[in-house]
Design a protein around this ligand. Sequence first.
Ligand SMILES: Cc1ncc(COP(=O)(O)O)c(C=O)c1O
Length: 403
Amino acid sequence: MNLAKRLQLIKPSPTLMVTVQVAALRRQGIEVIDFGAGEPDFDTPEHIKEAAIAALRQGQTKYTPVGGTAALKEAIIAKLQRDNGLTYSLQEVTANCGGKHTLFNAFHALFGEGDEVLIPAPYWVSYSDMAILAGGQPKLLPTSEETGFKITAAQLQAALGPQSKALILNSPANPTGAAYSEAELRQLADVIERSNVFVISDDVYEKFLYDSPRCPHLLALKPHLRDRVLVVNSVSKTYAMTGWRLGYAAGPRELITAIETLQSQSTSNPNSITQAAAVAALTGTQEPVERMAREFAKRRNYVVARLRAIPGISCTLPEGAFYVFPRVSAYFGTRWQEKTITSAMDLSLYLLQEAKVAVVAGEGFGSADHIRISYATSMQNLEQGLDQIEAALRRLGGPSPGT
Ligand SMILES: Cc1ncc(COP(=O)(O)O)c(C=O)c1O
């Protein structure tokens, strides 16, 4: 098959591949605990489902304006005002088929040959491939446990050059759970202000921030950067609506128009029924979101404590999202089935086969020393899965005490 060259530049999403592996094992009757999920394990709140059913019954089953109905755009505007203190007009917001689609559209609208896209690493799997697909050039800004997986202002300053078109900010972050404090964000904002880099602020995990005080939005700190920031969000994680597919953006009018033009020639509008559900999600009670966040906070504490008790595993306490990103490199050099484990990928395979727990290897996120564990699963699964991981790692012989 003679496929387009651009397909040689990208790989399938590794997080979605884990889902496929788990499904395959389950089909063989093997019980697997899935710590790979990038989605809340909670059901979509009832009032949101009811809004979708009502929309269906009322015949809201036809094309809508490409970037979403006026009702949805009003709901997005109201949300951004209420939660983030940001003021936008109808022409400055758009709705798309998931946050991933919002980013895809935005990258294609913004990036071209030679444009550098600054991506703090570890990063969400799709940023770099999407940037490449759009013709841009990802430039990774490495972070580590020492800086809490956050870039520093000095690092950003040093990375910025004439080709730097945009910076991706994702706080709280996937896969590390790291979130910038107000002081840290202010320092980054000062550097951004002095440059002319465009910022894509991916806020999809904003509601899942645990004991840290809520940090103002970059644009609330620097409102005059309005023309240089695209705010991206989604109903997926916040409202347990990953399957419904609705993301949205707010930003400079010209960019929003470009996104809608692209969308008009590709998917057209996001699903009309989902749009009605999203209006209910954004404008209705936020109590289910708060309940989910309280539950995630408990699970995060449990998972981090359990991981830290396993010899050789080190794990930062993530501020938000629903992932932990432990360092597993102390297990490299151990042997399994005549082979030496040398990477997160090898260890993940070992855990899948021997512990019957699916985790995501760090390679796809830009680190071969870490694995991602999602705690968007029940406490019972977490307890059992961590028991199995711990037992399997102990069987591996593991690192010498103290590593
Ligand atoms: C950091 C980040 N941004 C965006 C998305 C896109 O989510 P969705 O397309 O479901 O809105 C995800 C999903 O995993 C994510 O982790």
